[in-house]
Write a protein that binds this ligand. Structure first.
Ligand SMILES: C[S@@+](CC[C@H](N)C(=O)[O-])C[C@H]1O[C@@H](n2cnc3c(N)ncnc32)[C@H](O)[C@@H]1O
Length: 400
């Protein structure tokens, strides 16, 4: 009881209006306006032992409910845990290192990535924008729709990559193909995408046929480590929202592959969630949503590409744009609640609702950032020096 009181007091400092925890027998601890109703005796024991995992698992199962704004509550939890958290990922990472030595990790990772993206095109179409883009958008003006903000993100990427006639573009982790199919209609260039998801691969293949892009756009179902097998080089490479899957200890291998297939003088744009300083990862998200996932720090990313021929041109941070993107996804997810539940059930709905909300909060509180790194292969001094090249739209200064 003492431990619970301390937790309620600590959390109440960070959750607006404070919290009250209501236990199964009716006992209340705290006097805040946000009510956390515990419906099962095991909940408290599990949360006190491991707050993040205990909360996540019991929330999914419906053994506890938050009667108040889930986002404000989670923001408070983040800030509270940031203060208290001990790094507990060591055991998990040791297990992964052992599996890697046994050569088992890649198959396991591939299976986990497939499981996430092959949940079904129908499911993702319920809450992504119509281009099926599953990564951070760029909200150039306050009232911009998600559709438009995703398009704006792609436009900025194309400009950063200085796409021009005759280019060959590779998209590593192309998702449902929004970049490779769009560039082929905007520029006289060729584009190749790779994905690990069979559903995405089928979807992109059909889109290529429907839009008459055969011969200019290709998609392959393959792991990035297999890219050298294509026997081709590209002068532009982009990877959006895929680096988070690469995993701890594998970043240098990833950059090595990119270095091998990128022409001298070519450009590489890496769009990824990252941390400013190395810090602990969400173990609940790693267990239930992205098993193998790892959010690297800027330092880890830059160290991983050292000595491989890359020269850094630019780093951009879109942190608050990811917060807004996730809020839009969550809004659409709730608008389609009944449909999601009919596909996968209530526990799945709660699990994904928690994932989308906690992710939004992680950007809001500055635990996660969204970086766009732009590298050249070798040093090129002709690259435009002005940032406004990227930001042609009436961006102005608005907060999200
Ligand atoms: C979050 S999605 C982003 C998709 C797309 N870039 C977008 O912005 O909509 C991550 C993508 O990376 C792909 N991916 C993950 N691990 C991969 C790997 N080892 N090799 C190739 N693709 C991978 C997934 O299949 C998926 O298409």
């Amino acid at each position: 009881m003492q431990a619970l009181r301390e937790m309620v007091e600590g959390l109440s400092e960070f959750v607006p209006g404070g919290i009250t925890v209501e236990l199964p027998g009716g006992t209340r601890v705290g006097a805040g306006s946000c009510r956390v109703v515990i419906k099962d005796d095991r909940v408290l024991r599990d949360i006190l032992r491991d707050p993040e995992m205990g909360f996540g698992e019991h929330y999914m199962k419906g053994n506890l409910a938050v009667e108040g704004d889930l986002e404000s509550f989670l923001r408070g939890c983040f800030l509270y845990l940031q203060r208290k958290k001990e790094e507990k990922n060591l055991g998990f990472d040791l297990m992964r290192a052992l599996l890697r030595m046994l050569g088992l990790i890649r198959r396991w990772e591939e299976r986990e990535v497939r499981k996430h993206y092959d949940l079904g095109n129908e499911f993702y179409s319920l809450w992504l924008d119509s281009s099926m883009t599953y990564s951070c958008a760029f909200f150039a003006s306050p009232g911009m729709t998600l559709e438009h903000a995703q398009q704006e993100k792609r436009r900025i990427i194309y400009e950063k990559l200085q796409l021009t006639e005759g280019d060959t573009l590779l998209d590593i982790g192309c998702g449902w193909g929004s970049i490779i199919t769009e560039v082929a209609t905007l520029y006289p260039i060729r584009a190749v995408g790779i994905t690990l998801s069979k559903n995405q691969y089928q979807y992109v293949k059909e889109k290529i046929l429907q839009e008459g892009l055969e011969g200019r756009v290709e998609v392959y179902l393959m792991h990035y480590e297999e890219l050298p097998k294509l026997g081709r080089k590209f002068n532009k490479v982009v990877s959006v929202g895929m680096f988070e899957h690469v995993g701890k200890g594998r970043h240098r291998k990833f950059f090595q592959v990119v270095s091998d297939i990128l022409e001298e003088g070519g450009l590489f744009l890496l769009h990824t969630i990252g941390k400013v300083h190395p810090s602990s990862q969400s173990r609940w998200i790693r267990k239930y949503i992205f098993p193998g996932g790892y959010i690297p720090s800027i330092e880890e990313i830059l160290r991983a590409c050292e000595g491989l021929g890359f020269n850094l041109i630019d780093i951009d941070d879109w942190r608050i744009h990811y917060y807004r993107t996730l809020k839009e996804w969550r809004k659409r997810f709730h608008q389609n609640k009944d449909h999601v539940i009919s596909l996968y059930g209530e526990e799945f709905f709660r699990m994904w609702d928690l994932y989308l909300t906690a992710s939004a909060v992680s950007f809001y509180v500055g635990s996660n950032h969204l970086f766009q790194f732009l590298f050249s292969k070798g040093v090129i001094n002709s690259y435009p020096v002005m940032r406004r090249v990227f930001l042609q739209s009436p961006v102005a200064s608005h907060s999200v």
